[in-house]
Ligand binder design. Structure first.
Ligand SMILES: [Mg+2]
Length: 232
């Protein structure tokens, strides 16, 4: 991969690129499934609940990224939409679970494998930044709790700028905030639409972090974060 070592600014996605969203989230969902006795109410095992919840959450986030729904819509409906898949409808309990989930999940500290070792390797050589589609107060808890904040110059959180990846304006804003030229920037992230297509559309290099076989994308890919040490 020629040219990557000449880049100066590496922009990382946060969720499921550095911070292990799936693992931290699943841990709390399992607690809540038990505490709210969802086995009896939904008549499904935890894996059944989890896969319905994840599918619905992903759909809602796609709608959010397309500006079709706002943050409160996601928060206030995702659990009840999952409940309804199992013939259970309880809006107020859904709100209680949402509240508990938002309180606990961001405090998770599991990072993707070798995350800190890779950041330690990159930090003396490049300027590191984050661009994340997420909510300001939630992302701040994750960054501080997991000891990530000090690695990064600019931490750009979509909610603070009323823009989301893959919108080009957010990448242009990131350049301005970092003092970077377009040809100095690389985006590293797990989401093909928002991270990779967004960055390429803005004229950046992009590295898709895919742990399992995913879309037929022939551009730059890594399966493990530690592969970045050979590229940079
Ligand atoms: Mg992500």
């Amino acid at each position: 991969m020629p040219g990557l070592k000449q880049k100066r600014h590496l922009f990382f996605d946060l969720d499921d690129t550095l911070w292990d969203f799936q693992r931290n989230s699943n841990y709390v969902l399992r607690q809540l499934y038990s505490e709210f006795d969802l086995q009896a109410k939904l008549k499904t095992d935890f894996d059944g609940f989890l896969s319905a919840y994840k599918r619905i959450n992903q759909q809602l986030w796609q709608q959010y990224n397309q500006r079709l729904v706002d943050k409160n819509h996601i928060r206030n409906h995702r659990f009840n939409l999952a409940f309804k898949e199992f013939g259970y409808d309880n809006y107020s309990e859904n709100l209680s679970i949402t509240e508990q989930y938002l309180e606990r999940a961001p405090k998770g500290t599991h990072l993707k494998e070798d995350c800190l070792a890779v950041l330690d390797y990159l930090k003396p050589k490049y300027e590191l930044h984050i661009i994340t589609n997420g909510f300001k107060e939630i992302q701040a808890i994750k960054l501080d709790g997991a000891g990530l904040r000090n690695y990064f110059g600019q931490i750009i959180i979509s909610e603070e700028h009323q823009m989301v990846k893959p919108e080009e304006q957010l990448f242009r804003l990131a350049e301005r905030l970092a003092g970077a030229h377009t040809n100095e920037c690389v985006m590293i992230g797990d989401n093909f639409e928002s991270d990779i297509k967004g960055a390429l559309n803005a004229g950046w290099e992009a590295i898709h972090f895919v742990e399992d076989n995913e879309p037929a994308y022939t551009g730059r890919q890594i399966k493990k974060l530690k592969e970045l040490k050979a590229l940079f």
